[in-house]
Structures are given as C-alpha cells and as structure tokens.
Design a protein around this ligand. Sequence first.
Ligand code: HEM
Ligand code: HEM
Length: 175
Amino acid sequence: MMGDSSIRYGFVSRFFHWLMALGFAWMLLTACARFIDKDAAFTKAVFQFHGQVGFTILWMGVLRILWALSQSKNRPEKNMLTTLGHMAMYALMVIVPIFAVLRMMGGGRAFTYWNTIPVLSASEEKTQWMVDLGNNFHGLLGWILFALIIGHILMTIKHRMAGGAEDVLPRMLGK
Ligand code: HEM
Ligand code: HEM
C-alpha cells in the first residue's frame, strides 16, 4: 500500500507527486506573473511566496528522490525515454531552487522559511559567482522544467487517449 509495485505507484509516491504538482502550479503562476509584469500589484502579492513554496519543493524533492531510489526495483515498467524524462524532472526540481538559494547566499541576503525558521542570515560578504550562477541559470532552468512538465502532462493525455495498457494515469491515481 505505502510502497510501489509493478502495477501502480503506492501512497507515498502518489502523495509526493500530487502535492508537489500543486506546488509547481503555484510556481508556474508566480513565474508567469513576474515574466508578464514584475511591478503589477498581483505579481507583488503572489511572488512573495515564490521562494517559500520553492524552498518547500527543494526539501521535499530531496526526500522524493531518496524515496524513488528506494523504490526503483518495484516501480511500474517504462521505456527509456520516459525514464530519462522523469530523471530530468527529478534533477531540475532540486537544481532550480538550489541556484536560487546559492544566489541569496552569494548576495548576503537573509531567508526566513515561512517567517519562522531562519535558514540564511544577512551578511556583508558577497560571493559573485554564486550570484551570477543564480542570475544566469535559475530562471532559464525553471522555464525548461516547466516545458518538461507540460510535455509530461501532454504525454499522459496522449497515452490516456490511446487507452488500454497504454493508459498510465491509473498507476498514479492508485487504481
Ligand atoms: C522548483 C522551484 C522553483 C522554480 C520552478 C522557479 C522558477 C522560476 C522562474 C521560471 C523564474 C523566472 C521568472 C521570470 O522570467 O520573470 C524565477 C525567478 C525567480 N525566482 Fe524562482 N523558482 C523556484 C524556486 C525559487 C526559490 C527557492 C527562490 C528563492 C528562495 C526563488 C527566487 C526567485 C527570484 C528572486 C526570481 C526573480 C529573479 C530571476 O528571474 O531569477 N525561486 N523562478
Ligand atoms: C496534471 C498534472 C500531472 C499529471 C496528469 C501527471 C501524470 C503522471 C503519471 C500518469 C505518471 C506515471 C507515469 C508512468 O509511470 O509511466 C507520472 C509520474 C511522474 N510525474 Fe507526473 N503528472 C503531472 C504533474 C507532474 C508535475 C508537476 C511533476 C513535476 C516535476 C511531475 C513529475 C513526475 C515524475 C518525476 C514522475 C515519476 C514518478 C514519481 O516520482 O512521481 N508530474 N505523472
């Protein structure tokens, strides 16, 4: 029930998948708002939680990858391309927020998680390569991750329409 099997994903995998899918919907909304107009009142209202939700995706992503590794032998079978697509999404779901955190560290900026847990304290010291890494790659890789996710959803729809054994959605719905 908790673990995966050759016919479906178990509760833990499904919990990570769908809860984090909500998180990614929020990240897409906030990134698009910023891309369209970074000074709009709506963007300011929603973007303040971009980093908070993004940091949640980071630590949950680490747990999800460890869980996926522990289940790799008993997951439903898939082809090479699908496996590569999933691996790319796993990698980017931690790399993208890590680059943002590195940029904050490099810029000497403080970060308090949900206004309660101090993660980074402010510092006078600046580390330019960390800031550059974040500036050059955080947004770019974030958009690439969103493109992969959209491709992933489209493939799920395509397989669903083909029906029968091709339909992989029930595996992730626990049926
Ligand atoms: C999986 C997690 C994340 C995703 C997918 C993501 C995605 C993105 C994307 C696509 C942009 C570009 C928006 C634009 O073009 O205007 C962006 C910008 C930004 N993100 Fe994130 N982000 C994530 C996590 C984080 C975290 C954890 C932080 C900070 C703690 C953060 C801070 C920022 C900031 C300050 C910007 C504006 C500057 C820039 O464009 O790089 N993000 N994010
Ligand atoms: C409406 C949205 C989504 C649908 C319908 C969907 C559907 C699915 C399905 C059917 C599978 C099983 C595929 C198989 O075993 O062949 C799967 C697995 C997977 N999906 Fe999604 N997905 C969605 C959103 C997302 C998002 C936002 C991400 C974020 C990166 C994501 C990442 C993954 C990954 C990494 C796997 C591999 C198994 C796991 O660890 O969960 N999916 N998805």
